[in-house]
Each structure stands twice: as structure tokens, then as C-alpha cells.
Design a protein around this ligand. Structure first.
Ligand code: ADP
Ligand code: MG
Length: 457
């Protein structure tokens, strides 16, 4: 908070220099401290509504530009009146007095919502644009535009993040709003626990008195008939009261298994959106954003390293993020530069197990083969054939070498892609090219070029 107050003081100073004296004295002089900072919004207090509106209409952009120069992390100003601020404080007190059960406050205000999961920190691209715009609409008009909002997609693509954006946004508008986030398995577990005691007061009190219900990973209701019944009742009740429900899942509602159809059909009442894998550009943007969040410096790591990480981890944003953190940690801990080579070393253990897990698709091998055969102007079938002419043998050995160095597959496995050659042939080829790279500058250059081409998928 201290930091924001200092920044505001500095901005005020610049305003005093910039603006007409009278204007400054009337409008900005009385704006003294920062009231709160929530979700990247810095709230200032204006003495009355008139001044609030003048700032908003005439000066807010200017203030935000000043802010941009001082903070790397994107923040914006918002203006409240003194009246609004003191009401908020009073509400907070009353809330605290009337609810000695502090857990209730925790449950709704913080719950297990991650406050960093805001719309600001969510990077939008083709793969998630529709989901994002739908979520914003829902957050803006809960219970009205799309109820339920059903978000589905593979693991690690941002469903939980986006769902919590909705919660954070609503809480930001009204911190007394009762936003409840629950993982489906936790819901099931709580239900079972209460059912065994046949006492539902606490359970109902928790789930039925909400304004917004966020239910994560609904596929875990599968096969849990009793919990499904309970959830059905809850859904009906909340939906009937126009309380917003947001659901995530790893698949579309009609592909859910072992969940009663009266429930899955209701999931389709509102709006269904999916989230797909981000493309390379999008992944790079995500990495920059995460880098900014981690280090407050989006340019700390050079482009080629960011591109390298983004090109290897193309499947899942959580892994992408993990890889970035690892590179950051590794290079910082060993006090070495952020280079592609060092990043490769940092990620070695992450990349290799993926390959052992059969992660490497045949397409990638075929891709290498086609790049190499194009380069040496031969056909792919000649490349993998048993023909022994030098014209074919050398490119063949180069492709084996590339597959080994890029993907570290076992020699035996590599042999299967080349007409089932045995492992010693492959090993010999890889060694031969390794030597030639040492001896012959032209071979070295060719292989480097090819490595780059193949490395970029
Ligand atoms: P899911 O719930 O789909 O499995 P999460 O929401 O847990 O995925 O996302 C995994 C990680 O990836 C989180 O740290 C999240 O912040 C991050 N993430 C995913 N998509 C995005 C995005 N579009 N912008 C920023 N971060 C993202
Ligand atoms: Mg999730």
C-alpha cells in the first residue's frame, strides 16, 4: 500500500506541474491517499460525486498513462466518493460484527478463489476468445445473460482461471457478494459427509445462500448418483432465483458419462463455450505475461528463449508456465544467462519424460524426414529405403542423428522408422554424423540449419 501511496504522491506532483493551478487545487489537492488496491485497480477517494465524475470524464486516461510509466504491472485507477468508501468500511465492520464465524467471511470473500486469477491476467487468443467474452458478460450481468455458463476443455488450458475471473470480478464490484467456488470432488465429499450424519443444515447453509456458484470439474460427478441428486436440487434452486452458476468440465455436457441426463441437459440451458490449445503466438504472449507477473520485467528473457519454451510446450498452459519457472530458477540459481542452450539444460528432465511417455507423435518424426529429404532433394521413401547409394545414405544418417539429438529416442525405436533397421546401424549413423560435424564445417552448417528447421516443428 505504501508503494501505491508514494506513486500517487508522485503523480500528484506531476499533475500540479501540468495543470492549471485552480484546477489542481480544486480537483486533485483533496485526493490524498489510496483507499484500496483490488485486482489491479487502485482506488482513490474524491471528496464528492461532482469531483469524482470530473476526474473520470476528463482526467482518468491521463492518470492511467502516468501510472503506466511507473508500474510495470498493468494497473488502473478508479475513483470512489468519500461516501462510498465510508459505507464500504461500515459494511465491512457490520459484516464482521454480525458474523463472528470468521469462516463465513473466508468462505465467500476469499474462499479458495485465487485473487490473481483476474481478467487482466488472462491472455486472450483465438483458442479462448469466445470463452473469455462470455465470461466477461456473465461477470458483468450475473444471472442474466448466460446461466449456467458451461466452460469445457482439456486440462491446463485455463478453465479454472477463467471461472475464477468471474468470481473475482463480481467480488470486486461488491465485496459482500457471496461467491462460492467449489471443486466438484469437494462438493461430493462434503455431501457424503453430511449425508452420513443425516444433518444437512450446515451443508445447505453453505451452498444455498450464495449469489454466484462456481463449480469446477463437473465430470467428477460421474457415477455419484446421490451427489448428482443433491446437485440437481441445488441447481434448480439457484437457477430459479437467477443466481449465476458457472461450471467447468473436461468435456462437453453431452459427452459426460454416468451423469443423469436431466442434469446434463440443464447444463445446456445457458451458454456453452470451449477452450482450446493456444497457438505459438498466443503461447509467447502468455509466457511474457507470466514473466511479468513473476519478475515485474516482461523482457528479462530474450525472444529466442521464450520462443524455444513456447515451441516445446505446446500442449498445456500449466506445463508452459512450469517450464518458464524452471528456466527462471535454473538460470538465476546458477547465475547464468538466459540462452536457448541453458534453457534446454534447465528443461532437460521435463522434455525427456514427455518423450518416453510416447508423447512424441509420429508426425514429428515424419516432419524431420520430410525436412531432411527436401533439403537434400530426395524423396522420403528413398530416405527410409534400404538403398545404399551415398546420395541417400548421408541424408538418412543425418535424419537419424537429428531424431536422436532432438528427441533422444532409443536407437532401436529410431530404427523402426527406417525400415526396421537394427539399433547398431542407427547408433553407427549417429556417431558418424557426430564425427563429421567435428571434421567438416559444411556438414556442421547443414546440420545446424536442419536442427533449427526441425526444432521449430
Ligand atoms: P484448467 O482448469 O483448464 O486445468 P487452469 O485454469 O488451472 O487450467 O490453468 C493452468 C495454468 O495456466 C494456470 O496457472 C493459469 O493461470 C494458466 N493459464 C491458462 N490459460 C491462461 C491464459 N489464457 N492466460 C494466462 N494464464 C493462463
Ligand atoms: Mg481446473
Amino acid at each position: 500500500m505504501e508503494k501505491y501511496n508514494t506513486i500517487w504522491e508522485e503523480i500528484k506532483q506531476s499533475l500540479e506541474d501540468d495543470l492549471d493551478d485552480e484546477v489542481f487545487t480544486e480537483i486533485f489537492e483533496p485526493v490524498n491517499t489510496v483507499f484500496k488496491v483490488v485486482n489491479n485497480y487502485i482506488y482513490l477517494i474524491a471528496p464528492n460525486d461532482f469531483i469524482k465524475r470530473r476526474i473520470e470524464m476528463l482526467y482518468l486516461n491521463k492518470l492511467n498513462r502516468y501510472l503506466e510509466l511507473r508500474l510495470d504491472d498493468p494497473h488502473k485507477f478508479r475513483i470512489m466518493t468519500e461516501e462510498q468508501a465510508s459505507k464500504e468500511l461500515a459494511d465491512e465492520k457490520e459484516f464482521a460484527v454480525n458474523t463472528p464465524d470468521q469462516t463465513l467471511v473466508d468462505r465467500y470473500i476469499q474462499g479458495n478463489i485465487n485473487t490473481s486469477y483476474t481478467f487482466d491476467s488472462f491472455v486472450v487468443g483465438n483458442s479462448n476468445r469466445l470463452a473469455y467474452t462470455s465470461a466477461i458478460k456473465v461477470a458483468d450481468q450475473p444471472g442474466i445473460v448466460a446461466n449456467p455458463l458451461y466452460i469445457f476443455g482439456d486440462v491446463g488450458l485455463g478453465k479454472t482461471h477463467l471461472m475464477q475471473c468471474v468470481g473475482n470480478y463480481i467480488l470486486e464490484g461488491n465485496m459482500n457478494s457471496r461467491v462460492l467456488y467449489v471443486k466438484t470432488d469437494q462438493f461430493v465429499e462434503e455431501y457424503v459427509r453430511h449425508a452420513s450424519k443425516k444433518k444437512f443444515d450446515e451443508f445447505n447453509e453453505k451452498y444455498r445462500n450464495v449469489d454466484v456458484l462456481l463449480v469446477d470439474d463437473i465430470q467428477f460427478l460421474s457415477g455419484k448418483d446421490q451427489s448428482q441428486n443433491e446437485f440437481f436440487k441445488l441447481f434448480e434452486l439457484l437457477h430459479g432465483q437467477q443466481k449465476q452458476i458457472v461450471i467447468t468440465s473436461d468435456r462437453s455436457a453431452n459427452e459426460l458419462k454416468d451423469i443423469m441426463s436431466r442434469l446434463t441437459s440443464r447444463f445446456e440451458w445457458g451458454v456453452t463455450v470451449d477452450i482450446n490449445r493456444p497457438d505459438l503466438d498466443h503461447r509467447i504472449k502468455i509466457l511474457r505475461k507470466k514473466l511479468m507477473a513473476e519478475t515485474s520485467n516482461a523482457d528479462l528473457i530474450p525472444n529466442d528463449v521464450i520462443e524455444y519454451i513456447a515451441s516445446v510446450f505446446d500442449n498445456n498452459v500449466r506445463e508452459l508456465e512450469g517450464a518458464l519457472k524452471r528456466v527462471l530458477f535454473y538460470c538465476t540459481a546458477f547465475n547464468i544467462d538466459f540462452t536457448v542452450k541453458n534453457a534446454e539444460a534447465a528443461l532437460e528432465n521435463l522434455v525427456k519424460p514427455r518423450i518416453n511417455d510416447n508423447f512424441l507423435s509420429e508426425n514429428k518424426i515424419k516432419n524431420i524426414m520430410s525436412i531432411v529429404s527436401d533439403y537434400y532433394r530426395i524423396s522420403t521413401s528413398d530416405l527410409i529405403s534400404k538403398k545404399r547409394t551415398a546420395k541417400y545414405v548421408f541424408p538418412r544418417q543425418v535424419s537419424m542423428y537429428l531424431i536422436k539429438t532432438l528427441y533422444d529416442l532409443p536407437y532401436k525405436k529410431i530404427g523402426t522408422f527406417f525400415n526396421n533397421r537394427d539399433h547398431s546401424t542407427v547408433m553407427h549413423s549417429v556417431e558418424k554424423i557426430t564425427n563429421e560435424i567435428e571434421m567438416d564445417i559444411n556438414v556442421k552448417k547443414d546440420v545446424e540449419k536442419l536442427t533449427i528447421k526441425c526444432g521449430q516443428k
